[in-house]
Design a protein around this ligand. Sequence first.
Ligand code: SAH
Ligand code: SF4
Ligand code: F3S
Length: 443
Amino acid sequence: MKKTFHITTFGCQMNEHDSETLAGLLLEKGYERTEARKDANIVIFNTCSIRENADKRFFGTLGQLKKKKMEQGENFTVCVCGCMMQQQHIIDTLKTKYPWVDVIFGTHNLHELPVLLDHLYEEKEKQLSIWPEGGDIVEGLPADRLFRHKAFVNIMYGCNNFCTYCIVPYTRGRERSRKPEEIIGEVERLVKDGVREIMLLGQNVNSYMGTCQDGSQMDFSDLIYRLNEIDGLARIRFMTSHPKDLSDKLIQAYVDCEKLCNYIHLPVQAGASQVLKRMNRRYSRESYLALVKKLREAAPEITISTDIIVGFPGETEEQFEETLTLAKEVRYDSAFTFLYSIRKGTPAEKFENQIPETVKHQRFNRLVEVINGISAEKNQAYVGRIETVLVDGPGKTGGRMYGGRTEGFKLVNFPGTSAMIGKLVKVRITASNTFSLVGEVVE
Ligand code: SAH
Ligand code: SF4
Ligand code: F3S
């Protein structure tokens, strides 16, 4: 029987990229990809554990497959992987409540999937393989990219920061940087393959430290300067950078490197220094604001987005108001806002004064109102301007509308043609919304 697969991805870009790798591995082995999950005889769930509702969504979706698995048995394979699998309590739940899952693997051994499937089919035995820690970085894995013209490039894995609310250091292990030559080689190959824009990925790209073949070291800004020299590459972005490690050298890179997009995602998490301290973020409100000022002095056109958590344990009304005033002071182009979610095994799980759900929701709504108001005003200021847009493809609304991103990462929708996909076009902005812009191609 023809083996077809479908991957459902939860979580961040890191996971999106891991799914591209999984697809690449399976295609190399002769498996075929299907667009709809219902048509696949191998389904893979790449999970995220960042907040409780991510866990819940996964278990909900997984539960829906039980009937199909019971009916089809060996002809239907269910694989689960990703950040949830790096936690023992999740594995225990799977074993007791979802014993019909066929293959379980983790974040450090993606490359094992084809072998695990071989074992499953040959030995007719369920496969469980979790590596507790990331070993040496496995290089040379294929990827079936989401887009032809833009690509994710991992520059490092893991996180050493242990923010007190966060599960990632436990699911992704310690920081490991890829060798500069590996990254540069990969980007050069991608550009030959038609890629115009790269998104460099890491939980904290600012602490990248790569050791070259000759033993010399390259930090994150050195890497940007080097990638900026690659002919044919048009845009460089990165995600995510931790404010505590953002160097003056990186700020200078915004001035010197024409390919580095004038955009930064700079998660602040909270506006009150005392909350930041309890979060173990290792910067203060004042130092964050000073950083934003420096970035804007160096690159006046820079757009800034952020992540904010409301209702962290012990957050008082006054401290929450400091988040509101910080948002107003920075005037973010956009912000992802989250209700604090207790994560098992993190320090904040044990913190006193957990905030009641109703208070969290009220604060969340107040913050979103402020954030959205600012986003709408910021977008309004783009009307009449001409922006360079890298065209991604047809928009969600269908018809003749196409979508793409400006250098500042703003989504623009405009009447277009399929010939424009992957091209940089000039678009005059004619209208604005809270989360996107509307325009018309001028060239
Ligand atoms: N490494 C990135 C963040 C990755 S997680 C960084 O440090 O910037 C993405 C976002 O999820 C975080 O920035 C944070 O805002 C949010 N987040 C993480 N853990 C959370 C939790 N327990 N509850 C609510 N939001 C959380
Ligand atoms: Fe989580 Fe903090 Fe690491 Fe980001 S820097 S992944 S928020 S521990
Ligand atoms: Fe989620 Fe893991 Fe990313 S927990 S946010 S998928 S690193």
